[in-house]
Design a protein around this ligand. Structure first.
Ligand SMILES: [Zn+2]
Ligand SMILES: [Zn+2]
Length: 75
């Protein structure tokens, strides 16, 4: 079960609309950040890895590769 890596809340899918949870890569692991922690614990963004191409922190992992959601860079 996916959980927020800061507070441990279990991730839930919204009934409609996009999820407000954010994916990021911290210490080479894909993590999830819940909406509350995104606003209450903004320091997670400093720990998150950024894309070497565009600097975005919106990354996720796919089959061991890191993928940037902003520019599509994969490494
Ligand atoms: Zn949280
Ligand atoms: Zn990028």
């Amino acid at each position: 079960m996916a959980r927020c890596f800061i507070c441990g809340t279990e991730a839930t899918d919204p009934e409609k609309g996009p999820s407000r949870w954010t994916r990021a890569v911290v210490d080479d692991e894909q993590v999830l950040v819940c909406p509350d922690c995104q606003t209450a614990h903004t320091d997670w963004i400093d720990r998150a890895e950024s894309c070497p191409g565009c600097g975005s922190k919106k990354l996720y992992k796919s089959l061991g590769d890191k993928v940037c959601r902003a520019c599509g860079h994969q490494w």
